[in-house]
Design a protein around this ligand. Structure first.
Ligand code: HEM
Ligand code: HEM
Length: 177
């Protein structure tokens, strides 16, 4: 695993590109019923757009995970206490787990529904049978993880802002450039 004193440019780009895209996708998911209410003609197109964006995000997340596995993050400043390091490490791992579970659970759920996935206009026939109980399980995982993800992101942003405004220890700046 390669290691350096700061995040690589690729890590910084992937972080901010995914942060913006994930926040958009989470909002899109929660607003699906407002944008296209159930049983309206627009519904299927809008849900498939969510699925299509989600699959592209899944590929970007896989690239980010691959990059992270082969590149160690920079060491934290000596001023950071052990309890803070442990909290940061745990939240980062949990964020990666949520990033992986969100697209996977959506993808698997959709394959146990008769609708399957239409990826930007191209129909992908489902590889699973239409089983409402299996769909409901993975959909439940999708929704529950979305809420956990939101809570983790809120904590992560507050911690990042504390580093930027209170600690001023360079931890925020090293994810900027
Ligand atoms: C990082 C990627 C993704 C994020 C952050 C995300 C987020 C969300 C959120 C927040 C919801 C609303 C949950 C609720 O009902 O309260 C949702 C619903 C849903 N998502 Fe995703 N999603 C992602 C990827 C995917 C993928 C890849 C698929 C399928 C290929 C998918 C399929 C669905 C489906 C079927 C629903 C439920 C729609 C309905 O209720 O009719 N999602 N998603
Ligand atoms: C969906 C939103 C976001 C996700 C999923 C996310 C995820 C992550 C992850 C997994 C890391 C650890 C990188 C690693 O070492 O492997 C990280 C680092 C970081 N993030 Fe985020 N992030 C998000 C949004 C934000 C936002 C909005 C901010 C700023 C307000 C921010 C600031 C930072 C900073 C400063 C670091 C570096 C921490 C360090 O050096 O240890 N992130 N982020």
């Amino acid at each position: 695993m390669r290691s350096s004193a700061r995040y690589t440019r690729t890590a910084v780009w992937l972080h901010w590109l995914l942060a913006a895209a994930l926040l958009g996708q989470i909002a899109f998911g929660f607003l699906l019923d407002e944008i296209a209410p159930r049983a309206t003609p627009a519904r299927s197109g809008v849900v498939n757009l969510h699925k299509s964006f989600g699959i592209v995000l899944g590929l970007l997340i896989a690239a980010r995970l691959g990059w992270r596995i082969s590149h160690a993050p920079p060491p934290w400043p000596a001023t950071m206490r052990e309890v803070e390091r442990r909290a940061a490490r745990s939240v980062h791992v949990a964020l990666y787990v949520c990033m992986a579970v969100m697209p996977l659970s959506g993808y698997v759920a959709s394959n146990f529904s008769r609708f399957g996935i239409t990826f930007f206009g191209i129909a992908w026939p489902p590889w699973g049978p239409p089983l409402p109980s299996v769909y409901a399980f993975f959909h439940g995982v999708h929704v529950t993880t979305a809420w956990i993800f939101c809570a983790l992101i809120a904590g992560h942003v507050l911690a990042a802002l504390k580093h930027a405004v209170v600690d001023r220890d360079g931890v925020f700046a090293r994810m900027l450039n």
